[in-house]
Design a protein around this ligand. Structure first.
Ligand code: NAD
Length: 309
């Protein structure tokens, strides 16, 4: 069945009040921060990217250069597009560099206390009109917005990993988010070539509310000995036609991020069906966080990666 969806037209006065986003600040230069910087810079948006670790900034620049080179080789962009995009990105460890930003996206580690501390340090450096977003996978947008001086200009902008490839951005309205902010961020997502879905501000929103409990269930299946890592991933790849098995996907997302999302679901919805699997907790305690640390449900020191159980 083909259902045609006609978007509700935005009233002209509201459209006129929608702020233009020409310069974006990004806090956190990890897998998501570098992907967001990549797509913004290619769309002609100026980017200032900050991390607490200077080495994370160097790594992010190298990853973006490599990923854009791949796009050049596939003739998706030209070499000039790549050079111009990389030249639009400035890296820093100093929040004072965010004075010019129209919009700042926080993409730091998925821990509420870290995100709150980021906003506290960031806010004194922002222009009064600067809008704010969090790329959080699960934490309440209303609560994060309330920790800032501008909850009406605060929104959830949830990109998918890897950002240059994945088409969706979930946009989450906090209870105080105003319409011009929502529309400006929605317009930015479209400018980046993404499709948006609007999610209400409930724990983990839409994608992760459905996806991460499935991953947690796969870890339970491993923990209970229902199947090996290989059997579980092969089953879901070939039996459910998923492009990646759930354990492979967990390694790709980061096991720390998966665990944080399960904890937010468990606490936020007070339902035991969301309890994180003890094996997932153990992997995170061991520092086996998946691809980003070289080991998770697979050992990435081997080619091809070898299951660790
Ligand atoms: P990551 O571990 O790759 O990167 C996090 C970065 O934040 C690191 O470079 C770290 O140095 C930096 N950081 C930590 N504390 C900081 C601080 N106080 N100030 C500035 N930088 C700080 O994590 P990630 O996968 O990029 O996730 C980032 C955010 O994006 C999280 O909120 C996560 O839930 C969300 N997210 C992740 C995915 C995914 O698949 N990994 C998908 C969508 C959204």
């Amino acid at each position: 069945m083909n259902v045609e969806v006609t978007p509700t037209p935005v009233p002209a006065p509201l459209l006129a009040a929608t702020p233009e986003i020409a310069h974006v600040g990004i806090v956190g230069a990890g897998q998501m921060g570098n992907g967001i910087a990549h797509v913004c810079a290619l769309a002609g948006v100026g980017v200032t990217m900050l991390d607490v670790k200077p080495e994370a900034l160097d790594k992010a620049m190298a990853v973006m250069a490599r990923n854009m080179e791949r796009q050049v080789n596939r003739k998706l962009i030209s070499a000039e597009d790549k050079d111009a995009a990389l030249a639009r990105i400035v890296t820093t460890t100093d929040y004072a560099a965010f004075g010019e930003a129209d919009f700042v996206i926080e993409a730091a580690t998925e821990k509420e206390e870290i995100k709150r501390a980021v906003f506290k340090t960031l806010i004194p450096h922002l222009s009064p009109s600067c809008m704010l977003a969090s790329n959080t996978s699960s934490i309440s947008i209303t609560r994060l917005g309330a920790a800032t001086d501008r909850p009406e200009k605060f929104v959830g902008m949830h990109f998918m990993n890897p950002v240059p490839v994945m088409k969706l951005v979930e946009i989450i309205r906090g209870i105080a988010t105003d319409e011009p902010t929502f529309l400006a961020v929605d317009a930015l997502a479209h400018k980046l070539g993404k499709t948006t879905a609007v999610a209400e501000d409930f724990p983990a929103f839409i994608v992760n509310r459905i996806l991460v409990p499935m991953i947690n269930e796969a870890v339970y299946a491993l923990y209970e000995g229902v199947g090996s890592v290989e059997a579980i991933d092969t089953s879901m790849r070939l039996g459910a036609n998923h492009p990646m098995g759930p354990l492979e996907l967990a390694d790709f997302i980061g096991l720390d991020t998966c665990l944080s999302i399960m904890q937010v679901l468990y606490e936020g919805l007070s339902d035991s069906k969301y309890r994180p699997c003890p094996l997932l907790v153990k992997y995170v305690e061991a520092g086996w966080l998946g691809r980003k640390t070289g080991r998770g449900f697979y050992d990435y020191g081997q080619t091809p990666p070898r299951p660790t159980r």
